[in-house]
Every structure is written in structure tokens, then in C-alpha cells.
Design a protein around this ligand. Structure first.
Ligand SMILES: C[S@@+](CC[C@H](N)C(=O)[O-])C[C@H]1O[C@@H](n2cnc3c(N)ncnc32)[C@H](O)[C@@H]1O
Length: 209
């Protein structure tokens, strides 16, 4: 058997539960994390810095660390920050930072201007902690920092050769759920800043032209 076939077989076995669950939901959004991870991998840039907002338990951070030169992840909730810092302690190219992404994103970018390419995964928002069955950091009226994050990112677009921004949970961007803006906000942002955009598996992808 070819190595690729073995890898594919192992991948399917490891993810069988979430894939079955997805099939039972008629492959509707949100796609399982393992599928979303493929979208992130596909949109990686060479020798890039990855910034993730919203670390949660660090599952995606692990994937990003494998494809990036360096990954910085920002988490606002102290206990999630503590657990992910522990879980990722052996990942040499990962930095986990405690705080709100809207307060820290600018500092993180400024400290890493020596990178040629940057990829940003924006996933900080109020959500359900599936292990503790409680709500994570945030509240209903201020659930996502996306407007401030996109405003901050604008300032640094010229500092990098290539920029890919991936925004998760695009299904929630309908202008009437919590403080999520409409999808038009992201489309206009892309037009104004000369970015191409597309949507894959509930992730809005912006690419600098
Ligand atoms: C959907 S989870 C992130 C999932 C993670 N990116 C992954 O792929 O496994 C959202 C996380 O964002 C955190 N969060 C919420 N508001 C935040 C903010 N303003 N800044 C940073 N993190 C925030 C929450 O505590 C939660 O852990």
C-alpha cells in the first residue's frame, strides 16, 4: 500500500466520529474542525507568521505550528490560556498570549514585522466551552471583536508582501446576530484594501492581490 493511502486511511479512522456526525447533519455548516484545518493549510503562505485570535484548547494552534515558521495565538480567558499554554509547551514555535485580541493584535504584528508573509486566523468570540459546559470569554452584546481587528489589520497591509486573512464562522455574519456585522462589511473591506475574497467551509478568506 502507498504511504499516501495509509495516511488517508489513518486520517479517516482518527476523524470518523466527527465526519459521521457531519454526514448526519447533511454536510451543513459548521464543517468539522478537521475540515476547517484543511482550509487553513491550503491557504498557508511560505515561511509565514500565523496569528490566531481565540486559542480555546489550542487544537488549531497545533495545526498552524506545523505549517508556519512561528504561530502566535491570543486568548482572553485565563483558564483556557493556562490549559493551552500547558498543552502546547513542547511546540517550540508557538507563543500563547493572554488578553483581548483587539488590545494585543497591533503589538503582536509590530513585534513581527521582519516576516515577509503573514496569515491571520480570526476566531476570537464568545462561544460554548464544550468541556466545562459554560460560556467562554465575552458577552452577547460584545461577542466578537472582528470590527476592531479588521480596522487594526488595515494599518499593516503594506508591511508584508503577502497577506491572507481567514475569518471563521461566516454564517453568523448576517447583521442581526450579536454584534456580528453583515458579510457586506467584509466584502467592502476587501474591495477598499485591494483584496480578493472567497468562502470555503464557513471561513471567509481574504487574500492581498
Ligand atoms: C471558537 S473559540 C476558538 C477556537 C480555536 N480557534 C480553535 O480553532 O480551536 C473562541 C475563543 O475566543 C476566546 N475569546 C473570546 N473573545 C476574545 C477576545 N476578545 N480576545 C481573545 N480571545 C477571545 C474565547 O475565550 C474562546 O476560547
Amino acid at each position: 500500500m502507498k504511504l499516501r493511502t495509509i495516511k488517508y486511511f489513518l486520517w479517516t479512522i482518527l476523524n470518523i466520529k466527527s465526519l459521521k456526525n457531519w454526514k448526519n447533519r447533511n454536510f451543513s455548516t459548521p464543517s468539522p474542525d478537521v475540515i476547517k484545518h484543511q482550509v487553513l493549510i491550503k491557504n498557508n503562505l511560505n515561511n509565514s507568521l500565523w496569528i490566531e485570535t481565540g486559542t480555546y484548547y489550542g487544537n488549531t494552534t497545533k495545526v498552524l505550528s506545523k505549517i508556519s515558521k512561528k504561530t502566535v495565538s491570543i486568548e482572553a480567558q485565563k483558564d483556557l490560556y493556562d490549559s493551552s499554554k500547558k498543552i502546547l509547551s513542547n511546540f517550540g514555535n508557538v507563543e500563547i498570549i493572554l488578553g483581548r485580541s483587539e488590545d494585543l493584535l497591533e503589538k503582536v504584528i509590530l513585534e513581527n514585522l521582519d516576516f515577509e508573509n503573514i496569515c491571520i486566523y480570526l476566531d476570537a468570540h464568545l462561544c460554548q466551552d464544550h468541556l466545562k459546559n459554560t460560556k467562554t470569554f465575552g458577552n452577547e452584546i460584545d461577542a466578537t471583536p472582528i470590527l476592531r481587528e479588521m480596522e487594526l489589520i488595515k494599518k499593516f497591509l503594506k508591511s508584508f508582501k503577502k497577506v491572507n486573512i481567514l475569518i471563521d464562522d461566516i454564517r453568523l455574519f448576517n447583521g442581526s446576530f450579536q454584534n456580528y456585522p453583515s458579510k457586506d462589511f467584509l466584502v467592502d473591506w476587501c474591495k477598499e484594501n485591494d483584496f480578493l475574497w472567497e468562502i470555503e467551509h464557513d471561513i471567509f478568506i481574504c487574500k492581498k492581490k
